[in-house]
Design a protein around this ligand. Structure first.
Ligand code: NAD
Length: 296
């Protein structure tokens, strides 16, 4: 697989384009927004600069990586020669179904269509295409150039051959692929989100404050980041929407999102991206919101 199309140049899309381009693939990076493409390629450039500075790659490697990336706002032009498409557009079911229908029409018949979705059913996405055996989840972690894991998710109809190809390709990117089946939250979010939700419940029930909860998990469980800080980093709206997928998908009350999380999202406190969540990021760093330490 030589020609890779990445749909979406946001947080994940630019990282995915980066790792494919750095491993010698020709990447077509597609976004509906010219500004997103500019921002995405600037981010790739900055991340490559950092690697040159740390002497992990040479300046020539950086130039070769950037030369492997072409940007498009026209999905047809960016997809018609693809061997593999990795979709990393906004997490919205209707949008993804629309994109997969178009990609199925445009991409060559043999092309594999992958999605980086965090929570949408691969089987559901595959069902709108005429090639469900070639639709698969390729769930990279943020930040993509650094994180080793790729959760490879088999939809109900994904073939063994396509799964093997994606596992092999992930290894060629220097990643560690892990095969999982298509059930709500896959593995990463099925385990992570209930932990984050429980941390929020512990705060809501005044069992401990923000810093105390994060300290217990960091020092007691050797987690590099506490669950509340991690929730801020992921985005509280994203955490809420994944919990709703788990709750709806399994119909089990244990996944019900904590009312405090619902309130914070409704109030626009989305974590790092909005400047405030469990911590305050307005000053550039991460500050504990002392007055709100026990948010009720
Ligand atoms: P983002 O908002 O940073 O980027 C999404 C990009 O998609 C935007 O640039 C937007 O302009 C573009 N887009 C929207 N509609 C499009 C279309 N029709 N065609 C082409 N581009 C389009 O989002 P993100 O955080 O990069 O998330 C992308 C995907 O990755 C989502 O499915 C998300 O669930 C998943 N994901 C995110 C993370 C994370 O930590 N952010 C981690 C793993 C997986």
């Amino acid at each position: 697989m030589k020609n890779i199309t990445v749909i979406g140049a946001g947080t994940m899309g630019n990282g995915i384009a980066h790792v494919f381009a750095q491993t010698g693939h020709k990447v077509s990076l597609v976004d509906i927004s010219e500004a997103a493409l500019e921002k995405g390629t600037a981010t790739i450039g900055r991340n490559l600069d950092r690697m040159v500075k740390k002497e992990r790659i040479t300046a020539a490697d950086k130039a070769a990586t950037l030369a492997n990336i072409t940007t498009f706002t026209d999905m047809r032009a960016g997809t018609e020669n693809a061997d593999l498409v990795v979709e990393a557009a906004t997490e919205n079911v209707d949008l993804k179904l629309k994109i997969f229908k178009s990609m199925d029409d445009i991409a060559p018949a043999g092309a594999i269509l992958a999605t980086n979705t965090s929570s949408i059913s691969i089987t559901k996405i595959a069902a709108v295409t005429g090639r469900p055996d070639k639709v698969i989840g390729m769930h990279f972690m943020n930040p993509v150039p650094i994180m080793k894991l790729v959760e490879v998710i088999r939809g109900y109809a994904t073939s063994d051959a396509v799964t093997e190809q994606i596992m092999d390709l992930s290894r060629k990117l220097g990643k560690v692929p892990t095969e999982v089946n298509d059930y709500p939250g896959f593995i990463a979010n099925r385990i992570l989100m209930p932990m984050i939700n429980e941390a929020i419940y512990s705060l809501y029930e005044s069992v401990a404050g923000v810093e105390e909860i994060d300290t217990v998990m960091k020092l007691g469980m050797a987690h590099p980041m506490g669950p509340l800080q991690l929730a801020d980093f992921i985005g509280l709206d994203v955490c809420l929407s994944i919990l709703r997928v788990l709750h709806d998908g399994f119909g089990n009350p244990k996944y019900a999102p904590c009312p405090l999380l619902v309130n914070m999202v409704t109030a626009g406190k989305l974590g790092r991206k909005s400047g405030e969540g469990f911590y305050d990021y307005s000053g550039g760093g991460k500050e504990l919101i002392v007055a709100d330490a026990f948010k009720q």
